[in-house]
Design a protein around this ligand. Structure first.
Ligand SMILES: [Mg+2]
Length: 387
């Protein structure tokens, strides 16, 4: 074990399909750490932030994770938000990977050790506009999942036809009848007048949770909604630090926190959010419709967090066109699913090995292509609807 400093000599990023942004950090003593700062639909903005982080932190000691985190977060006056925090997240994850590799232990050892041996997981079914959920659900059962998540509704108006809600209830009933637990993502696209109706109608089907029942801009309204149903309320993918979680916890608005390790400030901040939410008896279910590096980073925290409940994974997710969760892994068995669980990662650092040659080849091949964008939805009157 080397106790000498590990000076950062190189910070590179790779834009690769399906919509991911990987970060590679190298040190003078030859250590390499991988991070992921994917911010779906805003890739170029994070790339710009990475250019700045490279300029600032090349020459710093990679061991100083918290010092670098504080400087990246606080030293330039403006802070927080999706772009800056996704960039910081990728850097933080890479630094933890380096530290774990340097000491020859998985990151969860550095977070105090494991509190479990395997992690409950869920996959996605049904796509952006949920259809054919039964076929998708059967596929997930065959893959070993016991829980899935699906979008609640298609694009929906501020106040829309109640008939539209019936379709959602029927789809959820179909999936539940297969024997799967199901989380319902309202995706922040359902407005209050419809969300409270939908939550009520879904309640008898006992969803695992309803996610982003309203946009995260409405903590008081989400707290009100949470009083009307017994279904657990989940939220957090569009919150970017422990400070952003505070109002939802103080308002008793959520039962499940869903920070995204690639947006919330990396392993350091996800670990802190886990402790913070535990104080409010809120469970941790890290959001992760992203790539293998983000998933491995989540799993490191999940392994050590007492209030961890379930981990999202993007295996065969509808966005994964051109590459899937396992594509860039040297050993795809890292994420094998059995009876609804994956084993904790025991290798050093993040516990996965990234196929660097493939990442470089694919990034070079797609260098001229436009970055991924989400679709923009409009209603029948031509006005914008939430995606
Ligand atoms: Mg969501």
């Amino acid at each position: 074990m080397s106790l000498g400093s590990s000076i950062i000599t190189k910070i590179e990023y790779f834009r690769i399909p399906p919509r991911w942004l990987f970060l590679r950090v190298e040190t003078k003593d030859g250590l390499v750490g991988w991070g992921e700062g994917t911010l779906e639909g805003h890739t170029e903005a994070v790339e710009g932030a990475y250019q700045d982080l490279a300029e600032r932190f090349i020459g710093w000691d990679a061991d100083g994770i918290q010092d670098i985190w504080q400087h990246a977060y606080r030293a330039r006056f403006y802070r927080g938000g999706p772009v800056l925090m996704s960039a910081l997240s990728g850097l933080d994850i890479a630094l933890w990977d380096i530290k774990g590799k340097k000491l020859g232990v998985p990151v969860w050892q550095l977070l105090g050790g494991k509190v479990r041996d395997r992690l409950k997981v869920y996959g996605w079914i049904g796509g952006d506009k949920p259809r054919d959920v039964v076929e998708g659900a059967m596929k997930r059962v065959q893959q070993g999942f016991t829980a899935v998540k699906m979008n609640g509704t298609d694009a929906i108006g501020w106040i829309d036809s109640p008939a539209l809600l019936e379709e959602t209830v029927n789809r959820v009933r179909d999936v539940r009848s297969i024997g799967l637990d199901v989380g319902i993502d309202f995706h922040g696209r359902v407005h209050k007048g419809m969300a409270k109706q939908l939550a009520k109608r879904l309640e008898p089907l006992q969803p695992l949770f309803i996610e982003e029942p309203l946009l995260a801009t409405f903590p008081a309204e989400i707290a009100d909604l949470s009083q009307t149903v017994s279904t657990p309320i989940a939220l957090g993918e569009r919150l970017f630090s422990r400070f952003d979680f505070r109002p939802y916890l103080e308002a008793r608005a959520i039962d499940i926190a869903q920070p995204d390790v690639a947006h919330c400030g990396g392993i350091s901040e996800l670990h802190r959010i886990a402790s913070l939410t535990e104080m409010y008896d809120v469970a941790l279910a890290p959001h992760c419709p992203l790539g293998p590096i983000a998933l491995a980073a989540c799993m490191q925290v999940d392994t050590a967090a007492p209030n961890f409940f379930i981990q999202e994974m993007s295996l065969q997710m509808h966005y994964n066109e051109g590459a899937d969760l396992l594509t860039y892994l040297v050993d795809p068995s890292n994420f094998d699913i059995k009876d609804g669980y994956v084993d904790i990662l025991n290798g050093p650092g993040l516990g996965i090995n990234v196929n660097e040659q493939l990442v470089r080849e694919v990034a070079a091949r797609h260098a001229e292509e436009k970055a991924w964008r989400n679709t923009v939805w409009t209603g029948p009157d031509g006005s914008l609807r939430e995606w």
